[in-house]
Design a protein around this ligand. Sequence first.
Ligand code: UDP
Length: 182
Amino acid sequence: MSRNPVGPRSCYDESKRAGEAIIKAYELQHDLNTKIVRIFNTSGPRIRHGPEFGRVIPNFIYQALNNEDLTVFGDGSQTRSFTYVVDEIEGILKIVGRKETLGEVINLGNNQEFTILELAKLIIELTNSESKITFLPLPIDDPARRCPVLEKAKKLINWEPTTPLKEGLRKTIAWFKDNDFE
Ligand code: UDP
């Protein structure tokens, strides 16, 4: 997928790759052991939420629990794949603990894709919400798709995500309710 090198989110896109190159340079300079994990959209209890974060799952859950319209950007046909936080952490710990992962760059994510419109409808259903969906303009350079290739994680640490989206969402919604974020 091509990226806009000077768009409004280019500093975010480029800084992730720059971070990896810096880690590698540090490894070589100081003769260290390093491992790089690329995490993708992750969600679960205790996720940061609120207007300053703006991530889709906490936004939609908050809106649904408050019977506000869910704000789908664009037509909602863009896809994302969401990893439940416990799966993600298990993967990170395996990478930390195994020597096979030394010097590697490893994707940890989920490759089951959902459209943002599907996600909005699912969250309305799981919260029994009266909310409707409202469509707002798509942010500039919003990726149409983000889906990790997971073969390396499978091969090196025998890891793949196991928590279905629905189950992860149920737990995340329960946490929002328990903590009075409605
Ligand atoms: N999104 C949306 N409504 C929101 C927040 C986000 O439709 O209230 C969309 C956003 O445009 C993107 C997707 O949901 O297509 C995921 O957004 P997020 O910021 O969570 O992750 P990222 O874009 O970094 O993958």
